[in-house]
Write a protein that binds this ligand. Structure first.
Ligand code: HEC
Length: 170
């Protein structure tokens, strides 16, 4: 009979309960070894087809729907992100979340200005998360990609992920 996960087992601060530690440790085991994560390298892709950014700080994906950016983004994704987020962004049985759902609900917003705002928020979240990585309670769930991936490449990856089909699994 497994011991139930009780937050009160250890005298820890409430936000760092025993339950959280057990869950975080189990989660960390699913990720690739830190040595793998430390060997971060830019993907070997030809980015010549990506248009120069008129505003490098833009919070909105400038390549949305651009077929060439999607193809470059797909290649880059499969080299750098697929190890955790699944080949072709299909997160099936992957240790990291399904990125295809980020901003998907914006499509249901009828009012054009609001839909644009919604997409821009999702774009900015995507870009800034990729740049900063995900570090929680000192555990690196995702490394920061700033300085490794150009902003152009991050937007190309975003364009690919958004266009990646949802696959159904048995
Ligand atoms: C070493 C594994 C790993 C690699 C490689 C990796 N990620 Fe992640 N990523 C994660 C994990 C794990 C999370 C979830 C972290 C959390 O929220 O605790 C995550 C979260 C994210 C999020 C936020 C998802 C959400 O639902 O909020 C984005 C965006 C993201 N990753 C993009 C990327 C992109 C783009 C790449 C490739 C350039 C990449 N990741 C490579 C492990 C990885």
């Amino acid at each position: 009979m497994p011991t139930p996960c009780r937050p009160t087992i250890l005298p820890l601060p409430p936000r760092l309960s025993a339950c959280a530690i057990v869950l975080l440790s189990a989660y960390a085991l699913l990720l690739p070894a830190p040595s793998q994560a430390a060997d971060l390298a830019a993907p070997d892709v030809d980015t010549a087809g990506l248009a120069a950014l008129s505003d490098p700080d833009t919070e909105r994906n400038p390549y949305r729907g651009d077929a060439r950016a999607i193809a470059i983004g797909r290649e880059a994704f499969n080299q750098t992100c697929a190890v955790c987020h699944g080949a072709d962004a299909d997160a099936h049985r992957s240790p990291a979340p399904d990125l295809r759902r980020i901003g998907q609900s914006c499509r249901r917003v009828a009012e054009p200005a609001l839909r644009l705002r919604c997409q821009t928020d999702a774009d900015y979240y995507f870009r800034s998360t990729v740049e900063k990585g995900k570090i929680k309670l000192g555990i690196e769930h995702m490394p920061p990609w700033k300085g490794i991936l150009s902003t152009e490449l991050i937007w190309a990856i975003r364009s690919f992920v958004e266009s990646a089909p949802r696959t159904s699994h048995p």
